[in-house]
Design a protein around this ligand. Structure first.
Ligand code: HAM
Length: 413
């Protein structure tokens, strides 16, 4: 019996890979313009890193991590997200000692043991961004501007930006107490999950998707109304700069995010095109995270985009695949050998060239050129070898021109 892949972990097949490359290329291009440099960290980290940063009572840490003991008995986890590993790397490599301001991005697979469905997988790719060392609300606005710019660049408009502020360690505990008191009066209609977590993680009740939970909390206190002076000022400046940059957004006071490290600005880019998996990108501020992991007291803000969700939303036609510019159809041993040399010379010069390797008839070779979407086809037989001339066929309209074989390279490059 053949062996299948793991549930929720997908292959990206050659036909689809062009879209992925387009998205990755666009991210590198756009983020590079804003001064962000790429960082690559391992997919495996010590489990403790995620417990301490994402939070013990979050869904990710409680039930979604791929955690196992390695051969020495140490607990390892396949990264469920990219922020904590990047912070670990910044601390370990003392990047902040060289420059306390770091702008980084990463592209890679993340792993969460979630129930797979459209847009939700167990291995999924994120394009993530982290800006470290700046508390100024201008950087919050710049990060959101960059996200907006990236989506424009890739041609996805059916998204809207929702922002919120979650306060800070000075103002959130008091708000949290008030929220718990409020929820205590309304426990009965809450789903069993919210009844279980309302004391440990009361904010999550606010963005629970269950209708009875939403109905029971319509007039729940909003964190933005309980911000301390500094957080309030920070949030209003973020909105001011977003207005200046003409980045459209709405304030969603119920958006709370599922990771514990967030403070102040949080945001999600949502769409109505993907059913319940409606967030295509999400992020926020995490001042205090680096310090809590044993590093310097540096603020930070970032986001991650779910690549599979972008691929689902994109018109696949926007990206062309690697169709050959030239397919060489050859007839007869000598011509096949000459075609092989010619093809290799063209490839070395950067021309996407291809030919038949299965000894097919001329007709079958032409069919293959067509199937591959070749721009041109060159036909060579014994006569062409003798004369050094061959017919170059433009596949789009079937027109043919006679070309000299030794001038082909100049013609195509
Ligand atoms: P997150 O909201 O957990 O945040 O994930 C960010 C994005 O990754 C989501 O909006 C979604 O597009 C995608 N995503 C998450 N889980 C899955 C899944 N199972 N299948 C497919 N796509 C998924 C974070 O991960 C934070 N580290 C973001 C961040 C960076 N905050 C600050 N800096």
């Amino acid at each position: 019996m053949s062996i299948s892949g793991i549930k929720g972990m997908n292959d990206v097949l050659p036909d689809a890979v062009g879209v992925w490359q387009f998205l990755e290329r666009s991210a590198r291009e756009v983020f590079g313009t804003y001064g962000f440099a790429e960082i690559r960290t391992p997919v495996l980290e010590k489990t403790e890193l995620f417990c301490r940063s994402i939070g013990e009572t979050t869904d990710i840490v409680e039930k979604e991590m791929y955690t196992f003991a390695d051969k020495s008995g140490n607990s390892m986890t396949l990264r469920p997200e990219g922020t904590a590993p990047v912070m670990r790397s910044i601390i370990q490599n003392r990047l902040a000692a060289q420059d306390p301001v770091a702008k980084l991005f990463y592209i890679g697979p993340m792993f969460r043991y979630e129930r797979p469905q459209k847009g939700r997988y167990r291995q999924f790719y994120q394009i993530g961004v982290e800006a470290i060392g700046v508390e100024d609300p201008k950087i919050d606005a710049q990060i959101l501007m960059m996200l907006h710019h990236f989506f424009n660049r890739i041609g996805i408009n059916a998204v809207s930006l929702e922002i919120n502020s979650l306060g800070c360690p000075a103002c959130r505990p008091d708000y949290r107490r008030q929220l718990i008191q409020y929820l205590e009066q309304r426990l009965e209609p809450l789903c069993s999950e919210c009844q279980r977590r309302y004391q440990t993680n009361p904010l999550r009740v606010l963005d629970c998707k269950v209708e009875s939970c939403r109905a029971a909390t319509t007039d729940a206190p909003a964190v933005v109304e309980h911000l301390c002076g500094e957080c309030d000022q920070h949030f209003s400046q973020v909105r001011h700069y977003l207005d200046l940059l003409k980045v459209p957004y709405t304030v969603n006071v119920r958006m709370v995010r599922g990771l514990d490290y967030y403070v102040r600005t949080t945001f999600e880019l949502v769409t109505d095109q993907l059913g319940s998996q409606n967030a295509v990108a999400a992020g926020g501020r995490y001042d205090g995270l680096i310090e809590s992991l044993g590093g310097p007291a540096l603020p930070g803000i970032g986001f991650a985009i779910g690549l599979e969700r972008l691929v689902l939303m994109l018109d696949q036609d926007v990206v062309s695949t690697a169709a050959p510019e030239l397919f060489i159809a050859a007839l007869g041993d000598a011509a096949v050998e000459q075609a092989f040399i010619l093809m290799s010379q063209l490839q070395v010069q950067g021309v996407r060239a291809d030919m038949d390797f299965q000894g097919k008839s001329l007709k079958a070779q032409m069919r293959r050129a067509d199937k591959l979407g070749a721009v041109h086809t060159l036909i060579i037989g014994d006569d062409e070898l003798r004369s050094g001339q061959a017919q170059l066929k433009k596949m789009a309209d079937g027109s043919q021109t006679s070309v000299r074989l030794d001038a082909l390279l100049d013609l195509l490059t």
